[in-house]
Design a protein around this ligand. Structure first.
Ligand SMILES: Nc1ncnc2c1ncn2[C@@H]1O[C@H](COP(=O)(O)OP(=O)(O)OP(=O)(O)O)[C@@H](O)[C@H]1O
Ligand SMILES: [Mg+2]
Length: 274
């Protein structure tokens, strides 16, 4: 398999439901595309897939069709705002862990085909710490944990970090505060998480910043639009643009980890081990 074109793979996760993972995944994808990156957004919420719904897209085919060999990934990708390529899932798609060897080979092939066409792959994960979430997160180069100011958000994010660290040796995580009422609130949330992590785990958490609480987000969602497109000058949109500029400066792994094939090989290996 050729390993030529590096692709940054970023998993957006967080443990708790409803913190804004999908909103962050969508708006980060669109903002990166607006900076000129070629972005694919994989809806890895296999249970309650909804990236397409939130963007008003109507996919004819989904990742499931690729896994079943009914079509290839290029046929599944649909173009969203700013030219992002969305890879939709169908709600109720079987877990990655249930794929057979033939489907695994198909998946690797499918992703290697698109790797020359994209620079960044954003992976929107489901809530919780299921095997499926863990396998997508482990395979990514960068893990962006979305947290908000609710006690269960911090405890759920901590539980996810702990699992990924203790069981899978992962040590580096990025943290984004969402729905922050003030800038201080975001920083305080990060401090809380770091204090717990520093005490009990051997991990490095890096604070990426905060996305403010902004009613415009909900209004944009009602219109099935990304807020960065629907209201580009809103507080939330400006914060997403700043986030994308930061993310765009994250170094790209020069190891095999920096390649899309690695991401898929990891996914598949996680299944075989699991
Ligand atoms: N910064 C924000 N300001 C205001 N509302 C927000 C913000 N971020 C997200 N929301 C709202 O919170 C709700 C949940 O967001 P979203 O679906 O992105 O969360 P999620 O973490 O992906 O949820 P799930 O765990 O169900 O997948 C949505 O109605 C969204 O519009
Ligand atoms: Mg979601």
């Amino acid at each position: 398999m050729s390993r030529t074109h590096p692709v940054q793979v970023i998993a957006v996760t967080g443990g708790k439901g409803g913190v804004g993972k999908t909103s962050v995944a969508i708006n980060l994808s669109v903002s990166l595309a607006q900076l000129g990156r070629r972005v694919a957004l994989l809806d890895a919420d296999l249970g309650l897939a909804n990236v397409d719904v939130l963007l008003g897209l109507t996919p004819k085919r989904t990742l499931e069709d690729v896994l079943n060999g009914r079509c290839d990934l290029l046929e599944v990708m649909i173009t969203g705002p700013a030219g992002i390529r969305v890879i939709p899932s169908s709600s109720g798609t079987q877990r990655m862990a249930q794929l057979g060897p033939h489907e695994n080979a198909g998946l690797i092939h499918a992703f290697s085909e698109i790797s020359s066409q994209i620079d960044v792959l954003i992976v929107d994960t489901a809530a919780g710490i299921s095997d499926s979430v863990v396998s997508f997160v482990r395979a990514a180069q960068e893990v962006l944990l979305v947290v908000c100011d609710e006690p269960s958000s911090i405890t759920d994010a901590y539980a996810l970090i702990k699992l990924l660290n203790r069981d899978y040796g992962m040590t580096r995580f990025r943290v984004l505060a969402n729905q922050a009422r003030t800038l201080q609130e975001g920083q305080a949330l990060f401090n809380k998480l770091t204090q717990a992590a520093d005490r009990f785990l051997d991990v490095t958490l890096q604070y990426v910043g905060a996305i403010p609480y902004d009613e415009t987000m909900r209004k944009a969602i009602q219109r099935q639009k990304a807020v960065v497109e629907a209201a580009p000058r809103s507080k939330a949109a400006l914060a997403f643009k700043a986030l994308a500029e930061k993310v765009d400066r994250w170094p790209l792994a020069s190891t095999p980890r920096g390649h899309l094939e690695f991401f898929v090989e990891q996914l598949v290996q996680a299944d075989e081990a699991g």
